[in-house]
Design a protein around this ligand. Sequence first.
Ligand code: HEC
Ligand code: HEC
Ligand code: HEC
Ligand code: HEC
Ligand code: HEC
Ligand code: HEC
Length: 450
Amino acid sequence: MNSNRLRSLPHLLLALFLTFAGAHKVAAQGASSSAEVKKEGVTPGATAGATAATAVAPPAAPGGGDAAAIAAGDALFKANCAQCHAVNEQVVGPALGGITKRRPISWIIPWIKNSSKVVASGDAYAVELYNKFNKQQMPSFALSDKEITSIVAWVTSQEGAPGAIAKGGPTDGNAAATDGKTDAGGAEAGAGKYVDILLIVLVVVLIVLVVTLVIIGNLMKDVLRGRKDLDGRDIEILEQRFDWGKLYRSPVMRGIVGTVFALVLLYEGVQSVMAVGLTQGYQPTQPIAFSHKLHAGEHQINCAYCHTSVYKSKSANIPSANICMNCHSQIKTESPEIKKIYRAIERKQPIQWVRIHNLPDLAYFNHSQHTQVGGLQCQTCHGPIQNMEVVYQYSALTMGWCINCHREMPLNTKDNKYYDNLVKLHDTKNAGAPFTVSSNGGTECSKCHY
Ligand code: HEC
Ligand code: HEC
Ligand code: HEC
Ligand code: HEC
Ligand code: HEC
Ligand code: HEC
């Protein structure tokens, strides 16, 4: 009877361990998603969240303050919207911060589902916005109302200034909004903190339990040792010690350790093979400390002023030193960095810029096709260049990256007679589906491979 109780001790420990491991996994997921935000660097929400955390009055959490909805909105935003939108700054589309104050949710939902329909309906706000953004069409999204509400809830939680969702929206009106889980730093951070506290409490409880159990175990052993009526088997169990050597020799244990080791090796191997030739994030130091943030951002010099051929030809050129001299024959002439430009000109040698973006020769990519014909903004592919002190490769530049966009991006066919018959044919065959680049053959191998 007593021996049974002693044996159940490891089971109890195992159960505790599993609870602990489960909680840890949840926390790790939270941590990795916030690490992603940091890594992306261009997500202003990361800093906005931090400043909001120091704000005095916590705003009522939007969408009923449901931390799960906000986390879902975060993921949906990253997957669908982040390439064109940020919360507090304009990327390709407008900054989405404050959207619930500009537009009611009853406008936002149909807009995201099919913005061109809203524009076509003659909605004054939509038409003005569309024209302001050079008639660039936002793609349609097959998202549910709930998914869109959660994206909006996430956006609202990331806004620099506190604000609540517009009244009358289809929020679930959950009064739990004010509970302690949602602090000013956004409900996601709140949830993360909550899990952290839970974890610490669990660890403490676990330690206390282990210590208590060891003490009880020893006490019971002492009591049992004092008894005279034990037979040989009972004594054997009582004096049993944990045998590490036996565990080490056990083939089952060796099998488990070996398998885990092999799986880790395999995973690392696959990861490094997949990364061959991938240079996303590549950010070499340039010979002159030229800043896009200063030139294209603060001084708003048009991209094409320097990259003169980007709307006209296959490649976007890097400006020659002469273009720099248009200004720097007058501006900052004493700066050591600017003197490097003079030296290059005196020596009649081009500045040795380090190339960042570079597709392999087997692929054909044409800038004018995308910027002039397709009407895409540079930032769609190159990210927020106007904020980069030093340029880095923002997109993966893999084949999958090209193809994904071609599958989703609607072709700009408006007022283009060339496409009229094609669009008609497409619409009769698959009514409703947008006429994308791939509907026009943009995923055929020969379009991109010589
Ligand atoms: C390919 C780029 C692109 C993607 C992806 C994209 N948008 Fe947009 N969005 C735009 C552009 C451009 C506009 C400006 C209006 C126009 O030109 O049609 C816009 C406008 C908006 C507006 C109106 C903003 C205002 O200030 O009134 C909202 C809301 C919006 N987008 C939400 C979203 C959401 C949510 C997603 C993701 C599900 C998304 N967008 C994905 C490009 C994009
Ligand atoms: C005043 C001139 C100037 C302006 C304006 C300018 N650039 Fe540049 N750009 C350069 C120079 C010089 C380089 C090469 C050095 C470097 O990478 O920083 C460069 C490099 C780049 C690269 C990386 C090229 C590579 O090696 O792969 C990209 C992408 C780019 N610019 C995009 C833009 C975009 C987008 C804009 C507008 C928002 C812009 N540039 C505005 C001068 C300019
Ligand atoms: C249209 C005008 C214009 C052109 C073209 C231009 N710049 Fe500039 N550049 C500026 C202005 C304005 C400043 C800021 C000066 C200041 O801070 O007082 C600046 C600042 C700089 C600085 C910082 C200097 C320092 O020491 O603070 C560097 C480096 C620089 N430019 C390099 C270049 C290079 C390289 C090119 C050519 C690829 C170039 N610029 C083309 C206008 C221009
Ligand atoms: C559809 C995506 C896309 C758009 C939009 C785009 N680029 Fe690029 N850009 C690329 C790719 C891909 C490369 C690499 C090309 C290569 O290696 O052949 C590149 C390369 C560059 C380079 C390096 C020189 C070169 O041509 O290889 C510069 C500079 C540049 N882009 C500037 C711009 C500017 C400025 C704009 C906006 C006017 C712009 N890009 C718009 C995808 C794009
Ligand atoms: C952000 C979206 C986007 C990305 C990323 C993109 N493209 Fe495109 N691409 C377009 C659009 C939009 C068009 C259609 C332009 C038009 O003709 O109106 C297009 C057209 C093309 C065409 C002409 C297709 C035809 O039917 O004639 C080629 C070739 C092409 N892209 C190659 C590439 C390659 C190679 C890459 C990757 C290095 C790439 N694209 C990445 C949006 C994209
Ligand atoms: C929209 C443009 C586009 C289309 C369409 C396309 N590719 Fe590619 N492909 C690329 C680009 C860009 C690369 C280079 C990617 C890289 O360096 O990772 C590439 C690389 C490749 C590679 C070399 C892979 C490597 O790692 O070196 C092969 C093989 C290939 N493509 C086959 C195909 C086949 C087969 C098709 C038709 C089913 C096709 N591609 C259609 C853009 C395209």
